[in-house]
Design a protein around this ligand. Structure first.
Ligand code: ADP
Length: 433
């Protein structure tokens, strides 16, 4: 990175300096010519005035030559002919200045045609040498290029040291990261700059990773523990049945095995659903009629359980979810309510313009306030033995919370008017066009 930054900075500096050097050397020539023109113009107008008045023009300064020529370019003032080609004379007759680069030094000429008092046409020309012109073109560019290379080299050196010192904290962070132990964090640079922000962000990421790893470790341990008990129970029952081949006992054992197998199967299903959800596998959402789903779920409740009363708004009531998610929520909450209610369960659907609510109340013992947050955790139970003996997996409410929250909904538990538990689930309302 240090090399890349230095190379790019040097290349850009060098390119800019070379361009500037070329531009400067190109501008020196025209500047010299312009200053020569400024000197020649007043001399030419004086000479023109003199010739028009029939006088001999006064000679200019020592380095400015004044000549009076006829229209063919031949001297008309008795002086030696100036070094001008036929083409130069033609250009000067059109009052256009001439730059002769082939002369040593190069010369600049200005001229104009006037009528002398005797009626003859005269070409008055003034010229001067440009001694520094060739040197400015050749030498200046050479020196400017040398200067550009030196400045670019100095810039490269400065960039190299600046980048090295800027990257030193990164190097320190890299070394610290290679030696970082479990649960440790990167040292924060003292300066309050982008690197400190990066180290802070990486530490936050490490904290989140550690937390996720802890959660996963706890979950795996809990899952193994939960799976072990029905498997062990099935095994013990089967061993008893094998050792005591009594038909009456076998029937009893088989009933118990079926019960444990159902719990095992529910546990594995729950684990699979949570694993898929954790992996981001979410079924596509669609409008689901909560009224119909609540009535169907109530009808699935066992006849010998508590009475289930359903209050729904008239007409359809659409929420944005998947069908099997809504059924899972209703079945799990109603199954729990059937386990804990004394005699009555009330299912209420409350339609709203943005949010639709489902309340499931029972008249059981309710959930103590200190357990209300944690009942949605995986494998959390309020009363362990009672839940296990009733076939609970400890995953029912965790599944409810997962499928509701991934659709942007909420689920809360409070106290029902009858003194039992009230589960309140909210989904986003949608419409069907
Ligand atoms: P489980 O399947 O073992 O019941 P859940 O996740 O469904 O696990 O429930 C978690 C805990 O919440 C359980 O210990 C259960 O006792 C308690 N619980 C759930 N619903 C009710 C309810 N309606 N009334 C009282 N306690 C409840």
């Amino acid at each position: 990175m240090r090399l890349r930054v230095t190379a790019v900075a040097t290349a850009v500096t060098l390119a800019v300096l070379i361009a500037l050097a070329l531009l400067t050397s190109r501008m020196i020539g025209p500047l010299l010519v312009r200053s020569a023109d400024d000197e020649l113009a007043p001399v030419l107008s004086l000479a023109v005035e003199a010739v028009a008045a029939g006088k001999s023009p006064a000679g200019g300064s020592p380095n400015i030559h004044v000549h009076v020529l006829d229209t063919a370019g031949e001297p008309a003032d008795g002086q030696p002919a100036p070094v001008l080609s036929y083409a130069d004379v033609r250009v000067l007759k059109a009052s256009t200045p001439v730059l002769r680069l082939t002369d040593t030094p190069p010369t600049r000429w200005q001229g104009t045609v006037i009528t002398a008092p005797d009626g003859s046409q005269r070409l008055v020309v003034v010229g001067t040498g440009l001694p520094g012109y060739s040197a400015a073109h050749g030498g200046a560019i050479r020196w400017l290029l040398i200067a550009a290379v030196i400045v670019a080299a100095a810039g490269a050196l400065a960039t190299w040291f600046a980048v090295s010192s800027a990257l030193r904290p990164v190097q320190r962070m890299r070394l610290a990261a290679t030696r970082l132990g479990a649960g440790k964090r990167l040292p924060l640079p003292t300066s309050h700059d982008e690197l400190r922000a990066l180290a802070g962000a990486l530490n936050d990421l490490l904290a989140r990773r550690d937390e996720a790893a802890d959660r996963l470790r706890r979950f795996t341990g809990d899952a193994a523990h939960e799976l072990r008990s029905p498997v062990a129970s099935i095994r013990v029952q089967a061993e008893v049945a094998v050792r005591h081949p009594d038909p009456e006992l076998s029937q009893e054992v088989l009933t118990e095995v079926v019960h444990e197998s159902e719990r095992l199967s529910a546990l594995v299903d729950g684990l699979l659903t949570l694993a898929r959800s954790d992996a981001g596998e979410v079924p596509p959402a669609e409008p689901v009629d909560l009224t119909a789903a609540a009535q169907a779920a109530a009808a699935r409740c066992p006849d010998d359980g508590p009475e289930v009363v359903v209050h729904t708004p008239t007409g359809l009531c659409w929420v944005w979810a998947a069908h099997n998610e809504v059924d899972l929520v209703l079945d799990n909450l109603l199954r729990n309510a059937c386990r804990h209610a004394s005699s009555l369960i009330t299912v209420t659907v409350i339609a709203g313009p943005t949010v639709t609510r489902l309340a499931i109340d029972d008249d059981g013992s309710g959930i103590p306030i200190e357990h209300r947050q944690r009942v949605f955790d995986r494998f959390y139970r309020v009363q362990d033995d009672r839940a296990r003996s009733s076939g609970g997996t400890g995953l029912g409410l965790a599944l409810v919370a997962e499928v509701v929250r991934r659709r942007g909904g909420t689920v809360r538990v409070s106290e029902s008017p009858e003194g039992g538990a009230r589960f309140l689930v909210s989904w986003r309302t949608t419409s069907v066009s």
